[in-house]
Ligand binder design. Structure first.
Ligand code: ADP
Ligand code: MG
Length: 154
């Protein structure tokens, strides 16, 4: 019961553009699980989501803070980077984020897969050449029109 759509980008601006179109389709409570190697473009994608939500504050990687929240956009936006999360993750209170009204985006989401909600938007970014990226968006079937349909052509 899942659907996939794919986009190729050849510079970081194009990745931000795809991300901001995804952002336009987001609803309260949506969770984006973002995966990809170091330097794949997860934070770049996050910047596009934030921009698409109307957030003007600069978005950098919350590698050390783990979680940053932005409240000036169309929806509250929670940006997580759980790369450095080791033991004790169960104490972080994920439910507050994943079952609330915010849009939550998690870089390195596979590290907290035990705590992700049952349904989420999965986005994988893979390097295909030096500056080429393959962005694969996978959603529950009933969200596919909303999420993939709104992105259009790369
Ligand atoms: P991550 O958060 O996955 O570690 P970043 O978004 O911080 O990755 O960094 C991605 C790097 O790749 C940036 O230096 C960016 O300029 C570069 N880059 C090159 N091509 C692309 C592209 N098509 N999409 C996104 N980033 C790209
Ligand atoms: Mg990052």
């Amino acid at each position: 019961m899942i659907e996939t759509c794919q986009y190729k980008t050849y510079d970081e601006e194009a990745t931000r553009k795809i991300a901001s179109r995804v952002a336009a389709a987001l609803q309260p409570g949506d969770v984006i699980a973002l995966e990809g190697d170091l330097g794949a473009g997860k934070t770049t994608f996050s910047q596009g989501v934030a921009k698409g939500l109307g957030i003007v504050d600069p978005i950098d990687s919350p590698t050390f803070t783990l979680i940053k929240e932005y409240d000036q956009g169309r929806l509250p936006f929670v940006h997580m980077d759980v790369y450095r999360l080791d033991e004790g993750g169960e104490e972080l209170g994920w439910e507050e984020y994943f079952y609330g009204e915010s849009v939550t985006l998690v870089e390195w989401a596979d590290r907290i897969k035990d705590w992700l909600p049952e349904r989420f938007i999965h986005i994988q970014i893979e390097r295909i050449e030096q500056d080429g990226r393959l962005i694969t968006v996978t959603t529950p079937k009933e969200w596919a029109d909303r999420i993939c349909g709104g992105v259009g052509e790369a």
